[in-house]
Design a protein around this ligand. Structure first.
Ligand code: NAP
Length: 293
């Protein structure tokens, strides 16, 4: 039987509605609205598109957006000074510095300068440590979105075999920590893994976050498994144009899996929805208001 195609767009729209309703409740309780500051350095086209869609989504959720566009030659000191101002600004509940930064900027120093309690991207080492030790903090938006999709599919994830392919700080590692916290048995695979196909074949849950088009083949996947494809790869098409594909060979895998996310329209839309969710959660924590998210 062919897999259920997971509708990330619809799930993200539902989450954004919940966030918008939470923003209204927060506003009634506090008289203010949550604020998200987004910092973009330079003119990278993909980053500009992300920042524009984040700004639109912030407004649609009823939040305040503060956009800071800085020239491509901005140095680390200037960026650190801006982050300090945003840390101190009471209207700002969340700070996001769009990565990658130009090479002259020390990205790690900038991430570490963000107040961990405004770090809605969840990249600060304090938040990575909180996630690893089971303390409340901020979880990176993409893996958190993947977890929400998996929770929709399974009443409990406890005891399931999960394989996470990729060990980046942004996706793979936090995904593995989240699944461990759900009591999955987690294998983290990476570029040095021997017999990747063999690991994937055992998995009830496969999360692919690699950046290689179609790496995971249909005959690697256990029948009925849930497959979450984080990869976003631009490829050339036969008609001379380009298209987006994931890290999973979709047409093959949908014949075998129980459920699978498409690319686009799967994990991608969840990322921004989770960013809005984290911003509302931050505002709630800072003002001592229960947001229900
Ligand atoms: P990354 O930092 O480049 O990490 C890629 C990971 O894949 C690394 O851990 C690497 O292993 C591993 N890897 C490389 N080749 C492999 C192979 N042949 N077999 C197994 N593992 C292999 O990438 P990322 O930031 O995590 O992103 C991964 C993908 O997700 C990209 O396509 C990115 O565009 C996409 N993404 C999507 C969203 C979204 O919103 N949907 C958000 C973030 C990222 P080593 O550690 O050994 O090098």
């Amino acid at each position: 039987m062919a897999a259920t195609i997971i509708d990330g767009k619809a799930r993200a729209a539902a989450l954004r509605q919940d966030v918008a309703a939470g923003v209204l409740r927060f506003r009634e309780a506090t008289g203010r609205v949550p604020g998200l500051a987004v910092v973009l350095v330079g003119e990278d086209p993909a980053s500009s598109v992300y920042v524009r869609s984040k700004a639109r989504a912030t407004g649609e959720a009823g939040m305040l957006g503060f956009e800071h566009r800085l020239p491509a030659d901005t140095d680390t000191a200037t960026l650190l000074a801006l982050v300090e101002r945003l840390n101190a600004d009471p209207r700002v509940d969340g700070i996001l510095v769009q990565l990658p930064l130009p090479p002259q900027c020390d990205a790690q120093a900038v991430i570490e300068a963000i107040d961990p309690d405004k770090d809605v991207d969840g990249f600060h080492p304090v938040n990575a440590g909180r996630l690893a030790t089971g303390l409340p903090g901020f979880v990176p938006c993409t893996p958190y979105g993947c977890l929400l999709l998996l929770r929709d599919l399974h009443p409990t994830l406890s005891g399931m075999e999960a394989v996470v392919i990729g060990r980046s700080n942004i996706v793979g590692k936090p995904m593995a920590a989240l699944l461990t916290a759900e009591s999955c048995t987690v294998t983290v695979a990476h570029s040095r893994t021997r017999d990747l196909a063999g690991h994937v074949r055992r998995a009830d849950i496969v999360v692919a976050a690699v950046g290689i088009p179609g790496l995971v083949r249909g005959d690697w996947v256990k029948p009925g498994a849930s497959v979450i494809d984080v990869g976003i790869n631009r490829i050339a098409k036969e008609d001379g144009g380009t298209g987006l594909v994931g890290d999973v060979a979709f047409d093959e895998t949908r014949q075998v899996a129980g459920a699978i996310t498409p690319v686009p329209g799967g994990v991608g839309p969840m990322t921004i929805a989770c960013l809005l969710r984290n911003t509302l959660v931050s505002a709630g924590r800072r003002d001592g208001v229960e947001t229900g998210l």
